[in-house]
Design a protein around this ligand. Sequence first.
Ligand code: SF4
Length: 370
Amino acid sequence: MSRNATPKFEHLYVHVPFCHSICGYCDFCRVRYNEKQAEWYLQVLKKERDHFSYGDTLTTLYLGGGTPTSLSDDQFARLLAICQQSKPVAEYTIEANPESLSSEKIAIMKAHGVNRVSLGIQASQDGLLKRIGRHHSFAQVCTCISSLRKAKIENISGDLMYGLPSQSLDDFKVSLKALCDLRLPHLSLYSLTLEEGSLFYKQGQKQVSAQAEEEFYFTALELLKKQGYIQYEISSFCLPGFQSRHNLHYWDYGDFLGLGPGAASKAGAHRWQNARRFKDYEAGLRDEDIKLSLSEQHFEFVMMNLRKKAGFAMKTFQSRYGLPFDSAFLMTNRLLRQGKLKKYQQAGTEFLCVSDDWYPLLNDVLTEFL
Ligand code: SF4
């Protein structure tokens, strides 16, 4: 490994690039699980983790992928041992798919202090799940949730998708309602995007129109609000007190370390991404390694912070970059006058966020900062 030493991090993401099968819409860094390659991965990850000795500084830890639970039980236990620090981590999340979340894996999670699970659910109709290349049923989702709850892992997030091939608005409503009935404390909603590397793209599947996408999204906003969910980020909803601390840190534009192939990291102006190709990753190569200019950092700060419904404290920008936000972004006053942005006070601090009317159209507001 030829990586330079970096500061200690409080937030760690570990990418586990294995899945038992590949979903039609997926363009993440992932391969079909095979035991030998997973052994190789654990060895390289261990070396990488040792290189970045973050001591006991972690407050959030997120194991995503891929599907971390696609590893064998023994490999899964070793993965968690590699990521372990001696102090408990305040929020420790693992992504899981219902077909590979066994009671053995839940016991391993418990033993290592995992206290949050993000489940790939996507829809509640078995036929639709099959059509998008998922290998689980909704009954399996319900079994996983009750096993996690029995093990006292109550902080469960569900991923749900819309705009899927042949998915009607009613299908989506039924899926949303099913998850609300399960009282999952956190939900993340994603629209289907046809990425070039995905099977759907190669098959020539069509993306739903922007109008249909809006209809799905607005339906979700209305339904989830009625069910007591709070929207705290453009795609994230939760019951009170269940915001994802790890993800909020990304949206605060904070620093974080990413380990594993394809994982991204950020330390101040320095941003890098490990190589996605396994051999390049093993050699310590990076697909991206850049030093951001000040104006690039300002821009990224806005892009991330305005994703949060609450926006950000204006003094955070000033203390980080040494100038008031409205001098860095002269269009701020115009956007305030147009009602696209709003300022508000909380505990004596001034915040800036996208106004309620414009928040569902966040991308239109963000392009104003380009
Ligand atoms: S969407 Fe998730 S589960 Fe499906 S192939 Fe991609 S990483 Fe694996």
